[in-house]
Each structure stands twice: as C-alpha cells, then as structure tokens.
Design a protein around this ligand. Structure first.
Ligand code: ATP
Length: 645
C-alpha cells in the first residue's frame, strides 16, 4: 500500500464526504501498479474495482451518508398540493410568459409528479404499516394466533401435516425448504393448525384437510397457533454424492411421496435441512428449482440398505464383492474349441512378435508404457486378490466406501491450483470397449503432456527390454512386499508372473508435471480415489451391440487365445452386458462417461474432458481436501453426516 494510506490508523479512518470514492481511487491506482508488476489476481481485482456498478453503488452510499448526517426534513408536508395549486393558477393565464410556460410544463411532467408524491409520502411517514386496534375485550388466556393467507399458484404448498394421535390436534409436520409455505416465512414445523379456509380442523383426519386445501381456489387461509420453541437452525451447507439410487415411489415409509426427491447413484445433492433425524431435505445439483425434496437421512438409508441386504441373501450385493461375479462371467466366456491354446511355445513366439511391435511404439522419442498384451491379459485373471489373502477393503481402508456403509459421500468443490500436480486420469470400461485405444490415442496426441505409468513385473526382462521403460523388473519377494504395503493400484498374475501398476509409478509421472493416464479395473477404483492421486475417473461406455457391429467391422480384439482376431457378435453382447454390470455397481464413482461409438468423436471428447478435469472446478470427496488428521477411515464422512442434526 502507499504511504498515504498507511499513515491513516486502520481502525478509525475519518473520511470526508467523498471519502470512500477517494480511497477507492487510491486502491485502483495501487492495483494498476500491481498489474504491471504481474501480481497474480491483480487484473481481476482491477476490473472489479473499476466496474461502473460499484462506482454507482458508492455514489448512492455516499449520498445516503451525507443525508444521514444532515438529517433533512421535508420542506413542505404536502408539496403535490402546492404544485396542483400553481397549475390551477397558471392555466387560465392569457399569454403567459416563457417562464410561466416552462414551469407549467415541468409541473405537469409525470416523473415530476411522481417525485412530489414520493416526497409527500415520506414527509407524512405513510410507509409505516397501519395496524388495526386490538379488541378491548380480549380474554387473558387467549392463545396468540396467526392468520396466514397464501396465494395459490401452480406450485405445491410445500408443507406436510400430522395428527397427534392422543390429542387429535393437527400440526404442521415439516415445511419444505424453498416451497410456497417456506418462502412466506409464516408457517413453521410445529405450528398447530386451528382452521383452514374457515373450517375448524380439530379432530379431522389429515386426508380431510388435504381435501379442503385441494378445493380452495385463489387463496388459502390458515389460522395457526405458532410453535413457541423454534429449533435454532445452525446447520452448515453440506454437499454429498449419492452412492445408491433412491425412489420415493418405491418407499412406503416416506411421509409424503409428492414431497420426496428421487436420485440416482452419482448425483450430487445439496442437503439444505437436516433438522429431522430421519428425513432430510435436499436439492439435486445442478438445480434450477427453488423447492427442496425429502430424502432419507444417512442413518435411515443405511437401515433401508441393510434391510434390503438381509431380505435378498442370495443376490449379489452392490459393492466391491460384485467384481467376482463380473469376472467369473469373463472367465466363463464361451470358449471356441478352435481358439484353445495348444502350443505354449507357439503362443510365446507370437507374444514376442507382439512385444517387438510394441517396442516400436515410440512417439516423439517417448516409449508408451503400459500397453503390453501380457499385462492386459493378466488383469482379466481376477484371482490375484484372493491369492494374496487380501480384499480391496483391507488394502485401502482409508478410502473404501460402499453404499451399504456410506450411502452418501460428502463432497466439496475442488479447483486445482495451476501449480499443484495434475489429477490422475483413470479410464475404466468393459474389456474390448476401447479403453486402451482411447488412452493410446490421447497420449500420442501430446506425449509431452500425457503419459502412462510404467508397470512392475516379476517376469525376467527380454533382451531388448530396459528396466523402467517397458516394465520395472523386480523379484517376487519385492513384488509381494509392495502388494503387502498397498503400493499397487491393482495387480494380477499371468502365466506364473505377477504384473501390477504401482502408486509410485503413477506418482512419478504426476511429479514430473505430466498428466498420468492409466486404465483400471473396478477393484482399482478405491486405490486411486485418494488425496494423493485425486483420480478423475472416466467410464468408457459401450454403445448398443448393433452399433458396435457397424463401427468395429475392421477392428480386432485381444483374447486369451488369439493375439488379435476380428470381433464376433458374442463379443459385442458380452461387452454390452459387462458394461451394464459395471455401471450398475460402480456408476457412483464415475466423474464422466464417454460412449465410445465413433472413435473420432470419443477421442475429441476425451481430450476435452481431460483438460476440463485439470482446469475446471469439480466435486471431489471431502476427505481429499480435509487436513491430514481427519483423513483416515470412514471417520469424516460418517461423523459429519451422523452428527449434523
Ligand atoms: N470407437 C471404436 N470404433 C472402432 N473400433 C474401435 C473403437 N474403439 C476401440 N476400437 C477397437 O476395438 C479393439 C479393442 O479396443 P481396445 O484394445 O482399446 O480394448 P480395451 O477396452 O482396452 O480392452 P482390453 O483391455 O481387454 O484390451 C481395438 O482393435 C480398437 O482399435
């Protein structure tokens, strides 16, 4: 700041009449200097301070301040009366002077007359409400009643009622945030209803009252005894991502189906009211609606999920275990007898050919790691986790979230700072949909920005391979150690060798300032949804089988038995089915979905999405952003949601 400003004591600045404008002018000058010194944000601040609306606002403020000090009094109590009298005097004048004519025109002007009218209203203090006198014979024990008159429009009233079983009295059960009743500010949960449109409601059933309401036309009149102890609303705004689907129409327990709000897994919800322990009020984002809807609270939804779980013991439960089902089906893929591998050596040599061809995948001198066939095939053997006696949950306890335990995941808006490491991009999709094709094309577009992670393997290196380029070659003990210490995003076994993508390989790419682009299987989701990697997960969705038949005419699929072979109809069917299973279990973790129909369009969409993921604000789990000590286990989410009543 300039010395001129520094000399003023900050607590008691004595500003002249145009004090604020002067101060602002000095600040603007200061900010202009900062722009030339290239100080971050100075540009934005300069345009904000120079905005015409801010100048006008300041002028209005200063005028008000000035008049507050001088407390002006009306010159006349009835200025429009005087103006009318002058007009009556001037009208009959024969050959009035130019001054008299000008005065006449001025006084007749509608704006001038409106100004005088406003002046008189202020002078006579007509803006103060006139209340009717209280009746003299008011009984002492009379309860304070409030008469509420609401104008009906097309919107629902936005309130529910309940009947007290013991007393037969009717109460407002809840007022829906942003609804007609809430916006009136006159009806509150707990108010006792005495009359509706002149009908006493005592002893009536709620349905009868609803019929009275339905029959009323332009206005609804309530007579209520207001609640005396209003709960203090000290809740903070909360945003969550739904981890499961919910439909009020399929929930017999909801207090009012019409007030309920359906949501799908992955939807971001703004929780606007948690006063009720069972039923919260929320809006689905992005939302243009003023009115919130009822959704089950965390504890209620957990209870519902548990009840469902117990009532369907033989069904596959949503969550990470479902992988087994998807994968088993992969393995049970109808095996074409002609495809069965008979000669290990012949296969090996074919693999070698393929490896050699992949060796040449150098783009601008950069080797594209992580596209090897053996690595991709090993990821289809899903026995690895059990063979290590570990589940995903035990591998990454801090971030595993399943719908049964946490039906809502708390999220916050996150804008990556340009100096922070880039977010990991993880592509996921059913095998054969085109995940690797898209990933490869993205990296090839700009290998200086995008890069895959170098995987680890226990397989011995081939003559042309270099450690750290195709793979990090390590021994089994080292691999086991890394797996034991949760250092892999995912890993698996192929032909007796272990292959895996490590967190450190991903971090190495991110730390070099590049965007790391990997593909993952569903069991890798939790390992990348961490504060450390901040993965942005893109689901590559298969288009309908019929459409794939057209677009994949010249494409080839990698299988366990053939290195490459043309797609068959069964492949499309399988990809489609595997896709819908993947969606039904993991959709809540997908930040973006690309339907891979036309390859060209998918590539463009991928590039745009990946850029947006780095540059634009996104909803991310709150535990990524919270301080370290709050970032363990389910703690933050559960405690925030369960205690915030
Ligand atoms: N949109 C598309 N149109 C036409 N062909 C495509 C399209 N997307 C992918 N392909 C082709 O489909 C084949 C399978 O794609 P890709 O190898 O990327 O599968 P994937 O999803 O990575 O599965 P996996 O990991 O099991 O190999 C490749 O030959 C690829 O070129």
């Amino acid at each position: 700041m300039r010395p001129a400003l520094e000399t003023n004591p900050p607590t008691s600045p004595v500003l002249g009449e145009n004090g604020l404008t002067q101060v602002l002018a000095l600040v603007v000058e200061e900010v202009r200097d900062s722009i030339s010194r290239d100080i971050n944000g100075a540009d934005l601040l300069y345009s904000l301070l120079g905005a015409p609306w801010l100048q006008s606002l300041l002028k209005a403020y200063e005028c008000l301040q000035q008049y507050l000090r001088s407390s002006p009094r009306p010159y006349l109590p009835f200025a429009s009366g005087l103006s009318r009298k002058v007009l009556t005097d001037v009208t009959p004048m024969v050959g009035p002077s130019p001054d008299a004519r000008e005065l006449y025109d001025l006084l007749r002007g509608p704006h001038f007359q409106a100004l005088l009218l406003a002046h008189d209203m202020v002078a006579q203090k007509e803006f103060e409400p006139v209340l009717p006198p209280l009746p003299a014979d008011l009984p002492i024990d009379e309860e304070a009643m409030r008469i509420v008159c609401l104008v009906k429009n097309n919107q629902p009233l936005g309130a529910t009622i309940r009947r007290d079983g013991a007393s037969g009295e009717i109460f407002v059960a809840r007022v829906i945030h942003g609804g007609l009743a809430d916006r009136s500010g006159l009806l509150r949960a707990g108010d006792r209803l005495v009359e509706v449109n002149g009908h006493p409601v005592f002893g009536l059933e709620p349905e009868q009252i609803i019929n009275i309401l339905a029959g009323s036309h332009s206005t609804i009149m309530f007579k209520v005894v207001p609640i005396t102890d209003r709960p203090v609303n000290n809740q903070t705004m909360l945003y969550v991502r739904a981890m499961s689907d919910y439909s009020p129409h399929e929930d017999p327990a909801i207090p009012c189906v019409d007030a309920g709000m359906a949501f799908r897994k992955g939807d971001v919800l703004e929780i606007v009211d948690q006063t009720d322990a069972l039923w919260w009020q929320a809006k689905k984002l992005p939302s243009t609606s003023l009115c919130a809807g009822l959704i089950p609270s965390t504890s209620l939804l957990k209870r519902k999920h548990k009840e469902l779980w117990w009532s369907q013991p033989f069904q596959t439960q949503a969550g990470l275990q479902t992988l087994a089902t998807v994968d088993e089906e992969d393995d049970l893929m109808a095996i074409d007898v002609r495809c069965v591998e008979t000669d290990e050596e012949a296969f090996e040599s074919e693999e070698l050919k393929e490896d050699e061809s992949e060796c040449s995948s150098n783009v601008q001198g950069v080797y594209l790691a992580g596209f090897r066939r053996s690595l991709r095939l090993c990821r289809r053997h899903k026995t690895q986790a059990s063979s290590y006696g570990q589940t995903c949950t035990s591998r990454c306890p801090s971030s595993c979230i399943n719908a049964l335990e946490n039906p809502y995941e708390e999220v916050v808006r996150y804008q990556r700072h340009p100096e922070d490491t880039r977010r990991l991009i993880a592509l996921i999709g059913p095998s054969g949909v085109g995940v690797n094709e898209l990933r490869r094309r993205l990296i090839e577009v700009d290998p200086k920005t995008y890069q895959g992670a170098v995987p680890h393997t226990t397989r011995p290196p081939k003559s042309y391979e270099e450690s750290g380029r195709e793979y990090h070659f390590i021994n089994r003990e080292q691999f086991d150690n890394m797996a034991y210490n949760n250092r892999f995003v995912e890993y698996g076994e192929h032909k007796g060798y272990l292959y895996g993508t490590s967190i450190d390989s991903v971090k190495q790419v991110l730390d070099s300032g590049k965007v790391c682009v990997i593909d993952i299987e569903p069991q890798g989701i939790q390992a990348v949804r961490t504060h450390e990697l901040k993965a942005y997960i893109i689901y590559v969705k298969p288009p309908p089988a019929e459409s794939m038949k057209l677009t994949r005419k010249n494409s080839q699929i990698i299988t366990k038995y053939y290195i490459n072979r043309p797609f068959k109809d069964e492949d499309f069917q399988e990809i489609e089915e595997a896709g819908s299973k993947m969606e039904s279990h993991f959709y809540q973790f997908f930040d973006h979905v690309i339907v891979n129909d036309s390859l060209q369009e998918s590539c463009v969409q991928l590039l745009t999405t990946v850029r947006r993921a780095q540059e634009e604000p996104q909803w991310v789990p709150a535990f990524w952003i919270r301080p370290t000590d709050q970032r363990s286990g389910y703690g933050p989410l559960t405690s925030v949601l369960d205690t915030a009543h």
